[in-house]
Design a protein around this ligand. Structure first.
Ligand SMILES: Cc1cc2nc3c(=O)[nH]c(=O)nc-3n(C[C@H](O)[C@H](O)[C@H](O)COP(=O)(O)OP(=O)(O)OC[C@H]3O[C@@H](n4cnc5c(N)ncnc54)[C@H](O)[C@@H]3O)c2cc1C
Length: 339
């Protein structure tokens, strides 16, 4: 099949904020045989952006370059050791469909990560996590291609340098990799991860991976806005990690402030709740034009319809400024900001 190329192209339906940005050129890669041709095109482009499901992106402006949308499909069991198996999915597979497929194979491990929007290929980029589990805990390896040289490599966890909502792919030294497929090590022995009280309550005693997935789905549907109905990119800021002295000083002034051990080699310290900090600055439910903050979730910026990426970014900056002024804490955006 030939590469699909649209020039120019609207990205409105390809980003979960529903921002009406355009790209000078959009290439859709759905056949691995077209990879070299796609790489040759993006090598000649003034700028290039790799796109999965567009659910962790803010398109702050039109993109005067080439967008390469990874739509490669396919999933399989690579090795089956009986009690455990290595499974693989192509980068363009929908993440939630892949989680459901793995559960249908009798394999557990990904159930806490049900219903996270986006593709399998993007899951290592920010080491997706939810309800006490991070992708890296189930990760085996991935295949990536160097967009500059066309070299293909299998990368192991150590190569990917996973951290809290972080990996090498988010940094200049890893930004040249395009993920083609990801492998996970999953288990036939269900080991529940029910650290979240809300998840335990929702389960009401049921104890299998399918029940955990159903409980996670129910909670997420209740709490998070559906991007099809209300444009958003999930949590807009990462939970900030501060040193113990700053956390203690803040806790003395705000005794009800939530705090958790950062539990991360790459960022030791104390993790604070970005949602709590933003809420305390009075942003929950704020709306200016069509850019706003969700009325039940201070961490979720929303597009009520016709907000531009620039308006959403300006709102994010105001939120950051107010948290910095009130608490002296710096918030970092979680989505990729495309300017
Ligand atoms: C309602 C909602 C809830 C969410 N909940 C969570 C949550 O609980 N936990 C969580 O961690 N995230 C969450 N997210 C964020 C998002 O779902 C994840 O980050 C997801 O992995 C993004 O996948 P995507 O395919 O849409 O990536 P995109 O938005 O398309 O891309 C994100 C980044 O990855 C890069 N990228 C994408 N594909 C590739 C590839 N194949 N190779 C190299 N780079 C690539 C892009 O260039 C970009 O920098 C949520 C988002 C929404 C809208």
């Amino acid at each position: 099949m030939a590469l699909r190329i649209d020039e120019p192209a609207s990205l409105k339906a390809l980003n979960s904020f529903g921002v009406a940005a355009r790209a000078a050129r959009l290439i859709t890669l759905d056949d691995p045989a077209d990879l070299d041709a796609a790489l040759a095109l993006i090598a000649r482009a003034p700028r290039a952006l790799v796109l999965g499901g567009g659910s962790n992106l803010l398109l702050a402006a039109d993109f005067e370059g080439t967008v390469l949308r990874i739509a490669l499909r396919g999933r399989r069991i690579v090795f089956d050791e009986g009690h455990a198996a290595i499974v693989e999915a192509a980068a363009g597979e929908n993440w939630h469909d892949f989680v459901c497929w793995s559960l249908d194979q009798g394999l557990s491990g990904l159930e806490n990560l049900s219903l996270i929007p986006g593709t399998v290929g993007a899951s290592p980029i920010q080491n997706i996590g939810a309800y006490g589990v991070e992708m890296r805990e189930r990760f085996d390896s991935l295949e990536a291609v160097d967009r500059r040289s066309g070299e293909r490599r299998r990368l192991l966890a150590g190569d990917c340098r996973f951290g809290y909502r972080d990996s090498i792919f988010k940094h200049p030294e890893g930004a040249h990799w395009i993920v083609l497929s990801v492998r996970f090590r999953l288990s036939r022995r269900f080991e529940p991860r029910l650290d979240y009280g809300e998840l335990r309550a929702e389960l009401a005693g049921a104890r299998d991976a399918g029940a955990v997935a159903a409980a996670v789905i129910a909670i997420r549907r209740r709490k998070l806005p559906d991007p099809v109905v209300l444009g958003n990119a999930g949590s807009f800021f990462r939970n900030p990690v501060v040193d113990a002295a700053q956390a203690d000083a803040l806790a003395r002034r705000h005794p009800d402030m939530p705090r958790y051990p950062a539990d991360d080699d790459r960022s030791p310290g104390v993790k604070l709740s970005a949602g709590w900090l933003i809420d305390r600055c009075g942003w929950k439910g704020f709306r200016e034009g069509d850019a706003g903050v969700h009325d039940r979730h201070a961490l979720v910026l929303v597009n009520h319809g016709a907000a531009t990426g620039a308006q959403l970014l300006a709102l994010a900056e105001r939120i950051r400024d107010s948290v910095r002024e009130r608490f002296g804490v710096e918030l970092e955006p979680e989505p990729t900001i495309v300017r």
